[in-house]
Design a protein around this ligand. Structure first.
Ligand code: ADP
Ligand code: PAZ
Ligand code: K
Length: 269
């Protein structure tokens, strides 16, 4: 059972459902570099409830305040921020919640064909796990702080082969503003035309249309190294914007990482 929470409740993406309090629930945590996303699952079904905390603002207080009003039987933590992973695990264990921290050593629904599996970000493994079992090779693009491309073959139902890491759209946008005297920090929106008619417009073309070029070029290079045309999945905060004009991206799923975390959590309960 967890203690009463302080008054400051976090950003809830949807109101708490009026679920029976006795339901025992599996907490899923995607602790990435920009945002930490919390979700809950009842057995193999992710429910609508969500909480999001900027990763920089994670503390014992904000974590406890974010927890839902359910009896949390277990938690699966997928983290690429080690110090925050430790904080999450300690806070949840203090509340009597059993935790599994996703790693390459977790029982996974995919196999790994990679020289040093310990290097692979657990979020990348979760994205690959979400697709298992595969009938066709796939590439997952996660448009987060970094943009990651993760290649999964259909061998043995899913084998993680490796991928690509590039600066995320937000990082590119912030870096240009921070490195220049006159360039503002722009909102990432679809530009109305390719010929920029203002500084902000010109920067949006560079960021959004330019970024699609980066994605297309990397996809082309990856596809030549695969025996068949892969399915292309996208997730992450910038996926909807970038994928909106990229027909080669067949599926955009904002919950893909959470789905992978659930699969891994169930295998390691
Ligand atoms: N509410 C939001 N807060 C922060 N970033 C957001 C938000 N909505 C969309 N984004 C975009 O998503 C990116 C962060 O994506 P996200 O998947 O949360 O990153 P990560 O998984 O690395 O924490 C940012 O670069 C930003 O451009
Ligand atoms: C590449 C990443 C930073 C992406 O994380 P995110 O953008 O979601 O915060 C993360 O997967 C990571 O820290 N990976 C470790 C290095 C690797 O995967 O090779
Ligand atoms: K991510």
């Amino acid at each position: 059972m967890h203690q009463k929470r302080p008054g400051n409740r976090p950003l809830f993406l949807c109101p708490l459902p009026t679920f029976p309090y006795f339901l025992s629930i599996h907490l899923l945590i995607d602790n990435s570099n920009t945002r930490t996303k919390f979700a809950v699952a009842d057995d193999d079904r992710i429910l609508d409830w969500r909480a999001v905390i900027p990763t920089a603002e994670l503390s014992r207080e904000t974590i406890v305040a974010a927890l839902p009003e359910f009896i949390l039987e277990q938690a699966t933590i997928c983290s690429v921020v080690p110090l925050k992973a430790e904080l999450l695990e300690a806070t949840l264990n203090e509340l009597g919640i059993a935790t599994h921290v996703v790693s390459y050593q977790s029982r996974l629904p995919i196999s790994i064909d990679y020289p040093k599996p310990a290097q692979i970000g657990p979020d990348r493994l979760a994205n690959a796990a979400a697709l298992a079992p595969l009938q066709q090779s796939a590439i997952v693009i996660d448009f987060g702080t970094a943009v990651t491309f993760d290649v999964v073959s259909a061998t043995h139902g899913g084998t993680y082969l490796g991928g690509v890491i590039a600066p995320g759209l937000g990082a590119l946008r912030d870096d240009l503003h921070q490195r220049t005297a006159l360039l503002p920090r722009i909102d990432l929106n679809e530009p109305p035309s390719a010929i920029g008619k203002s500084t902000e417009h010109a920067m949006q073309v560079g960021a959004v249309i330019g970024y699609r070029g980066l994605i297309r070029e990397i996809l082309k290079a990856l596809t030549t190294e695969l025996p068949e045309t892969p399915q292309i999945h996208a997730t992450g905060g910038d996926a909807a914007l970038i994928a909106s004009k990229m027909p080669e991206i067949t599926q955009v799923n904002a919950h893909l990482t959470l789905e992978g975390i659930l699969k891994i959590g169930l295998l390691n309960a």
